[in-house]
Design a protein around this ligand. Structure first.
Ligand code: HEM
Length: 174
């Protein structure tokens, strides 16, 4: 994340891209290969688990379903292991730093506003029970916490601008 968002002179002067003056591409390539090995081992482990569990539908989760797609030879669009790795990487990169930044910012805001911190704690106790772990099913009932998170996003956007994108071909909108 730090490398991908680091200031790069090649972004200003694309002619310099091939020289990789700051070594960013070199570093990212090294890390990508490392991450690729981790993904390989996760996928191998899941493949083994899927074989052991056989066709037990109840035990299947996201990774198993993705694996199934890679084995489906009748698909119109090929879904290869690299596609699977790209999806896992997308979710990890998209979901890690953003979430931890927002949790840190929200806790920071609550520390600055102890009255609101108290209200969140009261709601957590009321909805989830004092020493219980919060379950996903509780989430719709956390109205105050929901408002706190939304306001925290307003005050501290984890990503202040939309990710730049452009259409791959000229299109007429509407
Ligand atoms: C506070 C948390 C998060 C913030 C602030 C955030 C922010 C963003 C932003 C600004 C975009 C670009 C939208 C656009 O350009 O149209 C985006 C896209 C995306 N995010 Fe998140 N995100 C968060 C959490 C997550 C989580 C938890 C995941 C995955 C588990 C995730 C996965 C993705 C993916 C896959 C995309 C690309 C979607 C697409 O282009 O189709 N994000 N996110």
């Amino acid at each position: 994340m730090a490398l991908a968002t680091r200031f790069s002179v090649s972004n200003l002067f694309p002619i310099l891209t091939t020289f990789d003056i700051q070594g960013i591409v070199r570093e990212i390539t090294k890390l990508s290969n490392y991450i690729d090995k981790i993904f390989e081992s996760i996928i191998d482990r899941r493949r083994k688990m899927a074989r052991e569990e056989g066709g037990d539908e109840k035990k299947k989760e996201g990774m198993h379903l993705l694996l199934q797609l890679t084995e489906d030879e009748n698909r119109k669009t090929p879904f290869i292991v690299d596609t699977m790795k790209a999806i896992i990487q997308d979710l990890l990169v998209g979901g890690t730093n953003t979430t931890s930044t927002m949790v840190a910012c929200s806790i920071g805001e609550l520390l600055k506003h102890p009255d609101m911190m108290r209200k969140v704690q009261e709601e957590l106790e009321q909805v989830g029970g004092k020493n219980n772990i919060v379950e996903e099913s509780h989430l719709p009932k956390f109205h105050y916490l929901d408002a706190v998170m939304k306001e925290s996003h307003h005050l501290n956007p984890a990503i202040p601008f939309l990710v730049p994108g452009s259409p791959s071909k000229t299109s007429v909108v509407g």
